[in-house]
Write a protein of this length. Structure first.
Length: 308
C-alpha cells in the first residue's frame, strides 16, 4: 500500500510540474508565433525578453514586494525591449527591403547585446545588494493551494487570461482588426490606409511583454540566471512551430505537447533506466517536434476533425 501511495504522489507531482512548465512555455511561444505572423521574422531576442522578466521579479522583490508582481514590470520592460528592437533596428532594415535572413541575424545580435547587459545587471545585484543574482529561485516564497504550488495556478491563469485577451483584441477591437489585416496581407492593409509600421510596433510590444510575464514566473519553477532565456529558446521555437505558425492559438497546443512530453516522459524513463536520463531531457522537445511535423507539417492547428 505504501509503495502504491508513493507512486501516486510522484505521479501527481509530475503532472503538476508538467502543467506548470507547459503553461510557462506556452506563454513564451505565443510571442514568437505572434511576431512571425506579423513580420515573418524568427525572433531570437525572445530569449532575453524572457530573462528580463526573471530580473523584473528580482527588482520587485528588492523593492519589498512579492516577486509575483514582477509579472507586471516584466510585461512593461519586455515590451519596451521589443519596441527598441523593432523601431531602432528591424524597421530601418525592413524599409531597405532586407531579407528575412538579415532580420533574423539582427534579432540574434540584439539578443547578444541584451545578454551582456543582463550579465552586467546580475553582477551589479550581487555586488551592490549581495543577492545571488545568478541563482535566482523563489520556490520558498511561493504559496500553495491544497498542496499545489502557487506557480502552477498562476501560470495557468496567466496563460488563459493572455489567450482570452488576445482573442478579444484581435477579434473584437478596431485595433485588432487592423493588426489582423497586417498579418494577412501587409500590402493591402497599407493600401486601405492602415499604419503598418505602427501595427507592427504594437505587436512587438505585446510579444515582448508576454515573454516578460513568462520570465517572471520562471524563478518559481526553476533556478534562473542570465543564461535562462538562451537555455530554453529552442523549446520556445519547438512549441511555436509544432503548434502551427499560421495561428497564434497554436502556440499553447504546441507548448502543452512539448511540456508534457518533456516532463512526464523523462520522469517515466527515469523510473525505468535511472535518473541519469534526465541529462538528456532537452532532446525530448526536438524529437517530439520532428515526429509531429512529419505527421502534421503545418502544425497542430492544421489538423481538421472529421464529423461523422
Amino acid at each position: 500500500m505504501g509503495w502504491v501511495s508513493k507512486v501516486e504522489i510522484i505521479s501527481l507531482g509530475t503532472l503538476i510540474s508538467a502543467l506548470t512548465w507547459s503553461s510557462i512555455l506556452s506563454l513564451m511561444a505565443i510571442g514568437i508565433t505572434l511576431l512571425y505572423r506579423t513580420t515573418k521574422v524568427p525572433n531570437f531576442a525572445h530569449a532575453s525578453f524572457v530573462t528580463t522578466g526573471v530580473y523584473s521579479a528580482t527588482i520587485v522583490s528588492l523593492m519589498g514586494f512579492h516577486p509575483y508582481l514582477g509579472m507586471f514590470l516584466g510585461f512593461i520592460l519586455g515590451g519596451l525591449e521589443g519596441l527598441v528592437l523593432f523601431y531602432a533596428i528591424l524597421e530601418p532594415l525592413r524599409r531597405r527591403r532586407s531579407s528575412i535572413f538579415i532580420l533574423m541575424i539582427a534579432t540574434l545580435s540584439y539578443d547578444i547585446l541584451l545578454y551582456g547587459l543582463l550579465n552586467v545587471l546580475a553582477d551589479d545585484l550581487q555586488t551592490t545588494y549581495k543577492i545571488l543574482a545568478r541563482m535566482i529561485y523563489y520556490s520558498r516564497l511561493d504559496f500553495s493551494i491544497g498542496g499545489v504550488p502557487g506557480v502552477a495556478v498562476i501560470s495557468l491563469l496567466a496563460l488563459i487570461t493572455t489567450v482570452i485577451l488576445l482573442y478579444i483584441l484581435l477579434n473584437r477591437t478596431t485595433l485588432g482588426v487592423a493588426l489582423r489585416a497586417c498579418m494577412e496581407n501587409t500590402a493591402l492593409a497599407q493600401t486601405l490606409g492602415i499604419n503598418v509600421s505602427l501595427m507592427l510596433l504594437f505587436s512587438w510590444f505585446i510579444a515582448g511583454g508576454i515573454a516578460g510575464v513568462a520570465g517572471a514566473l520562471l524563478p518559481f519553477y526553476t533556478m534562473c540566471g542570465p543564461y535562462i532565456g538562451m537555455l530554453y529558446i529552442a523549446e520556445m521555437f519547438c512549441a511555436s512551430i509544432l503548434g502551427g505558425l499560421d495561428q497564434i492559438y497554436g502556440a499553447p497546443l504546441g507548448g502543452f505537447l512539448i511540456g508534457f512530453a518533456k516532463v512526464a516522459l523523462i520522469s517515466v524513463l527515469a523510473s525505468f533506466v535511472g535518473p541519469w536520463i534526465t541529462e538528456y531531457a532537452p532532446i525530448i522537445p526536438l524529437a517530439a517536434m520532428a515526429v509531429a511535423l512529419v505527421l502534421v507539417p503545418k502544425g497542430l492547428v492544421a489538423i481538421k476533425i472529421r464529423r461523422g
